[in-house]
Ligand binder design. Structure first.
Ligand code: SAM
Length: 296
């Protein structure tokens, strides 16, 4: 499997990628890592990758053009020649299929990354991980160039690199041969084989599936007891704000509105008119509406 990482900080990656399981997996030709510097696809002498947001606001937004070119530069004709037996066998079976790949934007607005997602990605030949920085990435990258927008959790990081590392770690270890001991995958938390029921009803962490393990392990029992204790003490201390209570019952999160920067039109994909209007009240209302629309 090949991971293509699009980043404006390529210098972060080499040390991380050559360490431990990932380093070994590359030596064994089980995975391939391609770090692509978005700045290499700029055309001006300052190698500009960002611009100010349409509609105003703090910070800068990563531009669509260099990212689009960086994606275009990827040779998706995934080489199948160097891989070891299990992979080669799988490839033979799938020879007639086109290579399976997914282009992913890392974003705090995205769908929550779960073990079920990791398992889905581990069946692909190729992942493209687009790392944002500053205020984020022009929304048209997610809307028109990528297949998915993925968040690693309900918090904001400085950049998508750590999020991409989380995805890489979770996916790579599921690939045949990457972990020395495949047994350790069998009963791993959140895996498709063992789905832990939630501590107090509701949906399991990956959003679905039934427990096929009726007898919890000692570790699970202890964890559930701890979770129950924590949630009881949290509930008793919590000062209830009617607004946040409303949000919690709908299990919604407030996510930021989409961001856009120049050009106003790219390949016919337009920035929403209202952001070009200069009407701050209209822009504010539009952004408010977008926040609600994105709530989960
Ligand atoms: N203004 C954005 C917001 O409020 O949602 C935050 C941008 S953040 C400072 C810069 C970049 O970090 C994002 O474009 C994204 O690539 C990455 N990032 C931040 N939090 C993330 C999360 N929870 N999951 C995945 N990527 C995240």
């Amino acid at each position: 499997m090949r991971f293509n990482i699009l980043t404006i900080f390529p210098e972060i990656w080499p040390e991380y990628l050559k360490a431990g399981i990932l380093g070994r997996a590359q030596e064994d030709k089980l995975v391939e890592m391609a770090v692509i510097n978005i700045r290499d696809f700029t055309t001006d002498k300052h190698r500009t990758v960002d611009d100010s947001p349409y509609g105003g606001g703090a910070g800068m937004v990563l531009k669509i053009e260099p990212i689009a070119k960086a994606i275009d530069s990827i040779n998706f004709q995934f080489s199948k020649t160097n891989f070891q037996t299990i992979r080669q066998l799988a490839d033979q079976i799938q020879e007639t299929e086109t290579p399976r790949r997914r282009i992913i934007v890392l974003s705090a607005r995205g769908e929550q990354f779960t073990q079920a997602k990791a398992e889905e990605y581990a069946k692909l030949d190729e992942l493209v991980l687009i790392c944002g920085r500053y205020e984020g990435i022009d929304q048209r990258v997610a809307d028109y160039l990528a297949d998915e927008e993925i968040s690693i959790g309900p918090y904001v990081l400085n950049g998508g690199e750590v999020a991409a590392m989380v995805v890489i770690e979770a996916v790579a270890r599921l690939l045949p041969g990457v972990l020395g001991n495949e047994e350790s995958l069998k009963e791993e938390s959140y895996s498709q084989k063992i789905r832990n029921p939630p501590a107090s009803g509701g949906t399991p962490p990956d959003g679905g599936g039934k427990s096929i393990n009726p007898k919890p392990s000692l570790r699970q029992t202890l964890r559930r007891a701890r979770q129950n204790r924590n949630s009881k003490s949290l509930n008793s201390k919590r000062v209830v704000n009617p607004e946040s209570q409303k949000d919690e019952t709908a299990s919604s999160f407030t996510v930021e509105y989409p961001q856009y920067t120049k050009p106003a039109e790219y390949k016919g994909w337009k920035v929403p008119e209202v952001l070009l209007s200069g009407n701050h009240e209209e822009i504010r209302k539009w952004r408010e509406g977008q926040k609600k629309k994105s709530a989960r």
